[in-house]
Each structure stands twice: as C-alpha cells, then as structure tokens.
Design a binder for this molecule. Structure first.
Ligand SMILES: [Zn+2]
Ligand SMILES: [Zn+2]
Length: 273
C-alpha cells in the first residue's frame, strides 16, 4: 500500500460568542465541580486539510447576515479567512459538510466547483418531519438547506451512509447525537490520525465531564459518538472539539498574522484535559 502524504490541518477561527457555561452543558455541575455559572465562550471554526496533492475544506461557516441574526461576533468572514490562508474557494474540489447547522453549512455558493460530502441521514433530518419542531430546526437556516438541495440537483453532493474515504488519508464517519447525520473527519497527519469532532464534541468539557452540549436529538447516540471519536483517533489528544477556545491555547498559532488560526497537525502544547 502506498503511504499517504500526511496532511496539515489548519483550524481557522472566524467568529465567537460570549455565553455562560450553562448554555454549553446540559446538566448542572456535579458535587465535585465548580458550582458557578461562569463565562464559557464558544468559538466558530472552519478547517483546511492540505498536502501537496489536494486541499479539502471542512465546513463553510456562516455569513454576515447569519452572524447578525444569531447575535454572533464575526471576526473575519470565513471565505476571506480561507483566502488569507492561500485557499482559493473556486479551486476547491471537495468540501466536507459535517452537518447542516447554520454555523457549518453557509457560504456554499463560494465553492462553485466543489462536491459536498454529506451523510444521507443529515439531509433526511434537515428536510424531514423533525424540522416541524421549532427546537430541532432552530440551528438550521432553511436557505442553507435549500442551497444544498440545489447542489443535489446539480449532481454536486456525494452522499455517505456511515463511513467513507473521500480522499486518500481523509475519512468521514457518522457520529450522530447532536444531529441525526453529523459526521466527523479523520485526517492522516505526521502525528497520527487527527479527528475533527465538529459538533460531536463542542468542548473538551462535554467529553471530559460526560456532560452534553444542550442541542441534542439523541443523547445515547451522542455519548456513543464520544467513544467513536477516541477510537478513530487512537488517542484523546488527537480529538479536536468543534467550538472550544482551548483549541487555540493548546495548538501553535498559524504563522500568518492575517488570520486567527492554529495548526492541528502539530502536537498540542499541553494534553487535552
Ligand atoms: Zn451543530
Ligand atoms: Zn456548531
């Protein structure tokens, strides 16, 4: 078997939101935990997986109107951030959409030549009866979902049912719970396989304290998915949560001052808690 050239992975922070811990953890603190509902900001990322042969973008972020309507602080439009990293969105052939929530699946028209990799069950979820429930549809933007349906009719969606290798050294795996069709991305790097958890784990704390993020459609599946993440990575230090500001503390900064980004293919400066 030919060895895969390892990828670099850049996590680009494009937005943030100040909020209390109680907004991020379903259950109240246990008897041995800090009882105060302190600040626990949430960061927003898109990810770039790149080697000499290809560049795969993971998730596409939201745009200015979504930032305003959801009250989020946009730091840099994600498409501008990609450009600052030397990524031309028009040249991208493969985009993984981990799930269709507004903060992961906006800006699709910025990728006119891409195939979008999506789980069957996510499209089912985002277009089916569950969306009749306001709480379940709250984190979806119907325009993003409709745009993805249009991509289906253009032949530009590659559906996955479970696990698939979408390029040499890049796999997607179904990790449901937060949504029905959430998928994580397992990427071969020089330090071993790194798993981008996306919203299978918003924060290290969700996994560490076994305390879920409150947006959940299937709690048992979410808890199983935490185990799947670690199994796929082979080491908890190679699981990268989807929204945790600690990611920027643990990983070295990207050398460019034009972006707020960190390098996930480098070892973390301290172990995940
Ligand atoms: Zn989500
Ligand atoms: Zn999210």
């Amino acid at each position: 078997m030919t060895a895969v050239e390892p990828y670099e992975i850049v996590a680009l922070r494009y937005a943030t939101h100040d909020r209390p811990a109680s907004a991020n953890l379903l259950y109240p603190p246990g008897p041995d935990e800090d009882p105060h509902d302190g600040p626990m900001p949430l960061d927003y990322f898109v990810w770039v997986c790149r080697n000499r042969e290809r560049t795969v973008v993971v998730d596409t972020g939201f745009d200015w109107p979504s930032a305003a309507s959801h009250g989020r602080t946009m730091l840099q439009h994600p498409i501008e951030g990609l450009r600052a990293l030397g990524v031309d969105p028009a040249a991208i052939r493969d985009v993984v959409i981990t799930h269709l929530h507004y903060d992961h699946a906006g800006n699709l028209p910025a990728f006119p030549n891409a195939t979008f990799h999506l789980q069957d069950s996510e499209m089912d979820y985002a277009t089916g009866r569950c969306m009749c429930h306001p709480r379940l549809r709250a984190a979806f933007d119907v325009e993003d979902v409709v745009t993805m349906v249009r991509r289906v009719y253009e032949g530009r969606v590659s559906f996955v049912d479970g696990s698939a290798e979408i390029a040499p050294g890049i796999e997607v795996h179904h990790v449901p719970g937060h949504t029905r069709g959430l998928q994580c991305v397992r990427v071969e790097t020089a330090r071993g396989p790194v798993v981008l958890a996306s919203d299978a784990a918003h924060f290290y704390a969700n996994m560490e304290r076994q305390n879920p993020f409150p947006i959940v459609v299937d709690l048992a599946a979410m808890m199983e998915s935490w185990r799947t993440l670690v199994r796929l990575a082979g080491d908890p230090d190679r699981v990268v949560p989807g929204h945790d500001p600690l990611v920027r503390r643990y990983y070295p900064a990207h050398p460019s001052s034009a972006v707020e980004a960190v390098l996930l293919h480098e070892p973390p400066t301290r172990s995940a808690p």
